[in-house]
Design a protein around this ligand. Structure first.
Ligand SMILES: [Zn+2]
Length: 133
């Protein structure tokens, strides 16, 4: 299960929408397993169906997270035209052992799903959004 603050969710969704029609990506960090900070990272692919995080930005963000005393809770990316299910590309490019969130923008309303990496597969997990923190 992953827990996200409503604020972090709004930032994540807003960023992904702002990057349409290409995929957006980034990290989520927080304390005690609760994702409360959203870190957008440039998608080097500039593609509507794939993403690669800019490595320099990724390193900077990981440093910032450590400096702020938070920990990496999840990584996210958007699917501008597909469902919130991992693509074969996604499964081959699992980088971190953290939660793996996909936001689908294929229909009128954004749909967020989360997965946990396990032996090269991505297993669905529950998402809880908390409104006061
Ligand atoms: Zn994907």
């Amino acid at each position: 299960m992953i827990t996200i603050t409503a604020q972090a969710y709004r930032e994540l969704a807003g960023y992904c929408v702002s990057k349409l029609p290409v995929e957006a990506c980034g990290l989520l960090s927080g304390r005690e397993g609760i994702a409360e900070t959203c870190w957008p990272i440039t998608n080097r692919e500039e593609s509507p169906t794939a993403f690669t995080m800019d490595e320099a930005e990724l390193d900077m963000v990981l440093e910032e997270i450590e400096r702020s005393g938070e920990e990496l809770v999840g990584m996210f990316h958007s699917h501008p035209t597909a469902a919130a299910k991992p693509s074969p590309f996604d499964k081959e490019h699992i980088v971190f052992p953290c939660s793996y969130l996909i936001l689908s923008l294929a229909s009128g309303r954004p749909r967020l799903r989360s997965y946990k990496p396990q032996e090269g597969e991505l297993i669905p997990e529950r998402i809880t959004i908390i409104y006061d923190k």
